[in-house]
Each structure stands twice: as C-alpha cells, then as structure tokens.
Ligand binder design. Structure first.
Ligand SMILES: *Cc1c(COP(=O)(O)O)cnc(C)c1O
Length: 400
C-alpha cells in the first residue's frame, strides 16, 4: 500500500511514493490533478451523507476527490494512521472536529496557550454554544488531571505549543483521557509527522495545518485530521460534507509535492534551527530563548523522548520588542517579517503579549503571571527556514 515495493519501505521512500502511482492510461510518472467536481456514475448513489461510507464511489468532490485521496493516503502512511481526511485549512479541520464531537453540556480541556485561531474559537464560540471550556497549562500533567470532569469529551493539546514551545506529554495525557472516557486530540502542526507520531503514543485524533511544514512552501492552505476509520468517517460526514471546508484538489496536489520532501526538509529545519538557537542563546540582547533542542528548554528531556526531530520553531525575547520588530521590518534582507511557519523561507513575527492575552488566550492570575514571566511584553516567533544558516545569523545580527 505504501508503495509498489514488496518489502517494508523507509520514511523517505514513503514520503515520495505513498499514495501515488504512475497513471494507468498514460504512464505519467507524477500525479495528475483531478479538478472535476462531479463524477459520472453507472448506478444510482444516495444523495444523503447517511448512506455513505469509505466504500462509496466518487460522486461529488465535497465527499471525496481522487487527488485529495492520494494526499490522504500519503499522510496516513507518514503518520502511521488508519485513515485521513483533508480540509480547506487547519482551522476548517479544527472546527470540523470541535463541532462534530461536542454538543451543548459537554466539556473540553485545552492548552491555555495555543494557536490564536483555536484559542479564539474555544474561548468564545464554544461557550456561546453551551460547551464548557477549561484552558490549562498542559505541559503540567497534574493540571490536566485536575481539570477533567465527568462530562469531559475532549482533551486538546498542541505540542510544541504556540508561541512558547511548551511540550505536552502525549502518552500521559492519552492515559488521562481514556481513563475518563474522553478522546485526546493533538494539534501536531509544529512537530510534523517526522518529529512526533501522536497516534503511536495513544492519541485518538491528530490534526495538522498542511499550510505549514507538510506543504512547506507557503503557497497552499490546507488541513488534515488522522485517526481510526470510524472516527474519520464520522468527521467526513459532518466535518466536511456538512460544514463544507473541502480542500481544493489543486492545493492537495501542491501539498503532496511538498510532503514528498518533508523528511529531508525537517532534517535541515532542525539543523538550521539548532545553529540559530545557539547563536541567539549566546547573544547579549536575548533575554530568554525557547527551543526544544536546547538543553536550556525546561522540557528538553521530554522533547528528547517524544520528538525524533526538534523542528524549526524558536521563541525568543529581547528588551523593547516593538522597536526591534520595527528594525526587522526595515532591515531584514532574507528573513521575511511575516506570520505563518514551516515554510522553506524563514519567517519571523512579534507575538505581542497584550494582544494575545486580551483577544486570544484570556489568561488570568497565576497563568497570566507565568506567561508574562517568559514572554514579557512580547516574544518573537522565528520559523527557521532552509536557507544557509550563516545568512540567517547575519540577517539577525543586523537587527539585534
Ligand atoms: C496555522 C495553524 C493552525 C491553523 O491552520 P490554517 O491552515 O492557517 O487554517 C492550527 N494550528 C496550528 C498549531 C497552526 O500553526
């Protein structure tokens, strides 16, 4: 299934060949894009999603599309998952999970710092729909344990988390979830399947923004969720068929091309990030740095255990961050001052504390103090790309 080879294949081979095969009619070596929205059928197929399952033929591209299926197969092999469903964006994947799994009266435990979009939906939209939410510092397993209630349906973690790169112990969290009849969802966007495969550690669903490392080139939005056949089929019915956040086949094709080089890119992201992190750690202007691959990361030991690759994300703090951000916008020549991450181009952005606290995280009291102790007034999120690391250091040296 992973390729046409009759022996177990390695991750680089899988990333390239899984889900793809030469076109049966033309012999074309690289995959075609199937842009068709509808399909000619030779027997009647029900209109209702209730009658569809994984064996339903292609009938309409919101249900399934051959190019999207190829990408889904490739991702299944890379994540060691039973099934995968793709979405138009990472956020479509998040809302697909949240609104198909939760109903009024349910409870969710979630990282208290995470991707702002996820933070805002869970802090604002879920409570409006009668769903209770408890944000906790999930890097502290005791806090998760303490927050779980009898109506908890989901524990949702992001590891490493945005923007402080906190690591959550996936295995220990899965045990807490399952003891309490809840499911564990892991947003693994910052790690990629090369670093961590949460399903192997007990997670029930893994989520990726394909816009980041997996696509890897900053030219296509996409999202994916992976897990057991039963859960993914349910997600395909409500999360995609009804909510409609279907991935464009053109984007699936671009993301598939990106995914083919993910193992090679992650190796370079890690090597570059480690070199840049060491440079930043020794720079007098840098007050705090967080990179899971540095011994100074508070959870370096857990990172060593849970991550096969430390990925390319660095968080660091300097004095007067707004001034430095201005300098970066004016003077950086290689690194783009832009949001997003995981691209071949290096990207940097100031995550201003007040903005995140007020609008996204809504942290209070001790949690707010813990966040401010690290982030101060703002923390820079640097997504280290694939350029020559000496050029990145040179660029940063001009603005720090
Ligand atoms: C970017 C991101 C998302 C959202 O993905 P989009 O593709 O931008 O919708 C979700 N989680 C994390 C951790 C992200 O970095």
């Amino acid at each position: 299934m992973t390729s046409r080879a009759n022996h177990p294949t390695g991750p680089q081979t899988d990333a390239i060949h899984a889900g793809e095969e030469p076109d049966r009619d033309t012999g074309a070596s690289s995959p075609n894009i199937v842009m068709s929205s509808t399909y000619v059928v030779d027997e009647p197929v029900s209109f209702s999603v209730n009658n569809m399952d994984e064996h339903t033929p292609y009938i309409y591209s919101r249900w399934s599309n051959p190019t999207n299926r190829q990408l889904e197969t490739k991702l299944c092999v890379m994540e060691n998952a039973d099934q995968c469903i793709t979405f138009a964006s990472g956020m479509a994947a998040s809302t697909g999970i949240l609104f198909s799994q939760l109903k009024s009266g349910d409870h969710i435990v979630i990282s208290n710092t995470n991707y702002p979009g996820t933070a805002e939906i869970t802090r604002n939209l879920l409570p409006k729909n009668g769903i209770q939410v408890t944000p906790v510092d999930t890097s502290n397993i005791e806090e998760i344990n303490h927050a779980v209630r009898s109506n908890t349906k989901i524990i949702w973690i992001e590891t490493p988390s945005n923007p402080l790169l906190r690591i959550t112990d996936i295995k220990a969290t899965a045990e807490i979830a399952h003891k309490n009849n809840a499911i564990l969802v892991v947003d693994s966007t910052f790690a990629s399947p090369i670093a961590t495969r949460p399903l192997e550690l007990g997670a029930d669903l893994v989520l990726h923004s394909l816009t980041k490392y997996i696509g890897g080139h900053g030219d296509a939005l996409g999202g994916a969720v992976l897990g057991s056949g039963e859960m993914i089929t349910r997600l395909r019915e409500s999360g995609v068929m009804h909510y409609g956040g279907t991935l464009s086949p053109f984007n699936a094709w671009l993301i598939m091309r990106g995914a083919a080089t993910l193992p090679l890119r992650m190796r370079c992201h890690q090597d570059n990030a480690l070199a840049v992190a060491k440079y930043l750690e020794s720079h007098s202007a840098v007050e705090i740095i967080r990179y899971p691959g540095l011994k100074s990361h508070p959870q370096h030991t857990l990172a060593l255990r849970q991550m096969d690759n430390f990925s390319g994300m660095i968080a660091f703090r300097v004095k007067r961050p707004v001034n430095t951000a201005r300098k970066m916008m004016d003077r950086l020549q290689i690194i783009h001052y832009a949001v997003s991450l995981g691209h071949h181009r290096s990207l940097i952005y100031l995550m201003e504390t007040e903005d995140l606290i007020q609008n996204s995280f809504k942290l209070e009291n001790n949690e707010l103090k813990k966040y401010r102790d690290i982030a101060g007034d703002g923390i820079f999120r640097l997504s280290v790309g694939l350029e020559d690391y000496a050029d990145l250091v040179h660029d940063l040296d001009n603005v720090l």
